[in-house]
Every structure is written in structure tokens, then in C-alpha cells.
Design a protein around this ligand. Sequence first.
Ligand SMILES: Cc1ncc(COP(=O)(O)O)c(C=O)c1O
Ligand SMILES: N[C@@H](CCOP(=O)(O)O)C(=O)O
Length: 430
Amino acid sequence: MNYYSLNKQAPNTSFKDAVIKGLAPDKGLYFPESITPLSDDFFKNIDQLSHTEIAFQAIKQFVSPEIPEDVLKTIVEETLSFEFPVVQLNDNISTLELFHGPTMAFKDVGARFMARCLGYFNKNNINKVTVLVATSGDTGGAVANGFLGVKGVNVVILYPSGKVSDIQEKQLTTLGQNITALEVNGTFDDCQAMVKTAFLDHTLTNNMQLTSANSINVARWLPQLFYFMFAYKQLHKKYDDIVFSVPSGNFGNVCAGMMAQQLGLPINHFIASNNKNNVVTEYLKTQLYTPKPSVQTISNAMDVGDPSNFIRIQEIYKNKFETLKDNVSSFSFSDDETREAMKEIYTQYNYVADPHGAVGYLGSKAYLKENPNAHCVFLETAHPTKFLDVVEDVIKEEQPLPEQIQSVMGKEKVAIAISTYDDLKAFLLK
Ligand SMILES: Cc1ncc(COP(=O)(O)O)c(C=O)c1O
Ligand SMILES: N[C@@H](CCOP(=O)(O)O)C(=O)O
């Protein structure tokens, strides 16, 4: 599959090149040249397929011919070595748990898939690659874990100081080896802007091969489309009108759901559920896209003021506002509403949701007011214990810590403080 830049000022390129570059030379995000839908039978019989079979069929066209089928099968199998259960709360609402991987957030799948693709492309260890990644909380830990020890790859993670949870910080600052954490005096948007600037800086790019492990990278972004198929597999015999409510920040996850829809997944609607960082909610009301500085919330991983993937969403719906509106609703919620939702989910369903999942739950409820016959699946994008302070404060109950979280608790944070792009550049050139 070839990919084109959404800024349309760079040559089209192969999957391998798109993964190794991360961002196109004209600073545009890459997008596949074509999308061939899977057969109707694939979706009719999806409950008879394993997760790895579903994922293999779904991703094959996007990575071939550069990744041979036998290699792809292994990559997919290794990537998906944990569960993706759907838990039903009531007749109209279920949640898809995406936190059973090693760092307990949905980013594990994309990070593991991309690490293996890059490992395959770099199997002869000819070119050293530096992976730059900006994180508002979860991408950093997942990328650190997924890329730990991958030969020929150095990972540099930028995170906003004081704006990620304690456990998220441990997950991204304690692994050592080929992983370095840079603690940025700024917001997630500052981190993301620095990363994007680095890709255009010839002093850097002439000296090293830089790529990104954020969802701007197609190998990080596309595997997220598997989730929507896994949920559909579990629910399609029971419900006709399945709608996904996706807690959204950089909009890579909901956009991956839309790619699943382009592949033929019979889903008519998505809900992009936001905290107070509501650029897209406002866009759908006003048709004006106005990025703004992010504000800090208790669903911190969604504190994004200028979501990278909005441009891909527009491309999917052919830049037609009315088509976008037919396919997507968006709602924005405050921290107080999020806390109330966490309490409600706990008291009514005895289910502990994290603040991001709770925003997804609120999006489901808002949509159901106008569409009472739908079945909404909100994505539970991270395990509640990643946000221990908030969760225990809201539900007033101590939470047992899963093994994945315990394993980082006692480790010592190692991070380098930086403030400006020049600091990042100096670090990379060192
Ligand atoms: C727990 C959690 N929920 C939701 C999101 C938002 O996902 P996206 O950036 O793909 O919109 C993130 C971060 O990306 C996250 O870490
Ligand atoms: N919420 C993310 C922000 C980066 O999103 P990405 O999907 O583009 O990597 C995080 O947790 O870091």
C-alpha cells in the first residue's frame, strides 16, 4: 500500500517509508491511497474468527507487500496476546475494556504493532532510528514498554511536567535502556509541537533518522481499528444499531474506528466524547475549527488542544461537513460531570470506570437521549488504577493494584527537564 501526505506537497510513499518517516516531509499526516472493503461474509461470520484472524485480514492491505504474510501473522499474534472483553452495563450501554495489556491503556496495541514493524524493517540493524513521542499520559508508557530493547531504536519521550498521573509517569520514566524521558515545562500541545518541529529541522534530519510513535505514524494509528471489530464480534448478534462512544484527545482512536467503518464494519455512527478540551465538539456546532491551548482535567490523557487526527477524519468523510455530521456526534463534559458519572457507574452497575471511560459513558448517555434504540459501546481506554487518586477519591474505596501497575510502583523516576525546542534539539544532537 502506498500512502499520500494530507498536505499534498510530498511524494507518495510505501508503508515502510511512511513508518520510518512518521510524518511526510511537508509536515502532512500520511493516509492510505485506497481502502478496499472486506467481504460481507467476513462481517456476517466474524464471531467465528479469532482476534488474530480478524486483525490479520483487516490490516493486511495496509502493510503489504513490504511485510510478508507470515511475518504479519506473527506480528499480529504477538501484539494481541491479551483480552478485549465487552462488559454490558444495561440494555443500551456496554463498555469495551482496552486495558488488559502491559501498560493498561489502549495504546499498547498500536505501540506493540509498530515496534514489531520497525524491528522487522531494521532487522539487519543497518540504520539507527530515533523514535520521538509526545505524550499526555498513556502513549509514553505504552511506547516505552513496546520498544524496550528493540535493536537499533532509541526512544525519546516528551511529557508535560506535572500533568500526567503518578503511575503514568513511572511507566514512562523508569525503564532505562533505549528509553529516555524528557520532562517538558509546558503542555502536551507544546510537546507535540516540538516533535513536529524536529521532523522539519534539517540539522536533525541530516544527522539521524527520526520517526514518531504517536498516532501520526500509520503503524501506531491503524491497528487501533481492530478494537471496533472485536466489539462488533461480541455484540452483533444481539444488537442491530451499535454506536461507539470514544473518549477522544488526539482523535486517533475514533479515527481508526472510522477506518474500520470504511473497511465495511456495519457501524453508522460514532460519538467523540470530550472533556473540556472541546475543539471538535465546537467544530461540529459551528463549522469553525479553532485549536486552543489545552486545559488541565482529571481525564488528563485527553488534554489536547489541537488534535492531530482531525485532518484524517475530514479526509475520510471527503471534507464534507454534512457527511461528517451524519457519522459523528460530539459532546464535552466537565470534571464535575465526569466524577458524577464515575459515581453513577459504580453505584448503579458496581463497575469502576477511569475518568476517560467515564467521559465515554457520558457521551453514550447524551446520544441515547435522542436515539433511545441504539446500543452504545463506550471504550474503557485505561485501567482505573492508573488514576488512583481521582478514582479512590470519587468512589471512596481502596482499589487493588494489578500486577502491571505494581511492577512500576517502587521504581525510581529518571527524566531530563527541558523547556524549549532548542533544549530538545541540543539533547538530540548530543
Ligand atoms: C486513557 C485514554 N483515553 C483516551 C485517549 C484519547 O485517545 P485519542 O488520542 O486517540 O483520541 C487517550 C490518549 O490518547 C488515553 O490515554
Ligand atoms: N492521549 C495521548 C496523546 C497522544 O496521542 P497519540 O495517540 O497521538 O499518541 C497520550 O496518552 O499520550
